[in-house]
Design a protein around this ligand. Structure first.
Ligand SMILES: [Zn+2]
Length: 231
């Protein structure tokens, strides 16, 4: 496990060099964004202690197993009363309901969707403010993928709407040696549109589910999208 303090408010926790989750400081403690894979709850709790506050709530970008794997472990270890939030659209995926809705691409969601026994306590809607985070639907990687913008300083938590393994890319066009995000992406054109949407936000830094933190703003996202479009 590697702990990287990116700012006073924001810490990255990385497992196996490729799996990220994040501690975001709020006035009452941490919001944990994503939980990586199964059985990492003890290490995540230890990381929060090291950085110096308790985890008060758990926020998920989407329902893939490498983002919600330690949700049950954390929820139990935290006493079973922690607030758990995920988008209204990815919430069914968290209970292994993969049914599609009218108007959606009629193809099965891809990637690992193991489900959790923990039920979300809050379902996020597009545009809502969750603590310091503005929530934006960035659908495509999964049917209800969400990204979060810290309105205090412009930090974007993009989940798998953007990947920064090697270089910043939409998940539909990752670097050749890390094809996993592409394989796990439900609708590739929609995922590319989601990345375009993020380029319109007042971003100052980009935190992704896989890869290093990118110091940069909309121009970095626009460049990543343009590169993906050329291929
Ligand atoms: Zn994913």
């Amino acid at each position: 496990m590697k702990i990287t303090r990116l700012s006073d408010n924001f810490t990255q926790i990385t497992f196996l060099g490729i799996l990220n989750c994040y501690l975001l400081r709020e006035s009452d403690g941490f919001t944990l964004i994503d939980t990586t894979i199964k059985n990492r709850h003890k290490q995540i709790l230890a990381a929060a202690r090291t950085v110096g506050a308790d985890i008060k709530r758990i926020l998920l970008t989407h329902a893939h197993g490498d983002h919600m794997g330690s949700l049950d472990g954390l929820f139990d270890a935290l006493g079973g009363t922690t607030d758990v939030a995920i988008s209204e659209r990815d919430a069914p995926l968290l209970r292994k309901d993969l049914s599609l809705r009218p108007g959606e691409p009629q193809q099965k969601p891809k990637g690992s969707l193991p489900g959790a026994k923990t039920r979300p306590t809050h379902l996020l809607e597009d545009g809502e403010l969750y603590g310091s985070l503005r929530c934006y639907y960035t659908k495509g990687h999964t049917p209800g993928h969400m990204s979060f913008l810290d309105e205090r300083d412009g930090t974007l938590i993009a989940g798998d709407a953007l990947i920064s393994m090697g270089e910043l890319r939409p998940p539909s066009k990752p670097v050749w040696w890390f094809p996993l995000p592409k394989v796990a992406t439900w609708d590739k054109p929609m995922a590319l549109d989601a990345a375009r949407k993020l380029a319109a936000l007042p971003v100052t830094g980009i935190a992704t589910g896989h890869g290093k933190f990118v110091r940069g703003g909309p121009e970095a996202i626009t460049r990543a999208v343009a590169k993906a479009e050329r291929r």
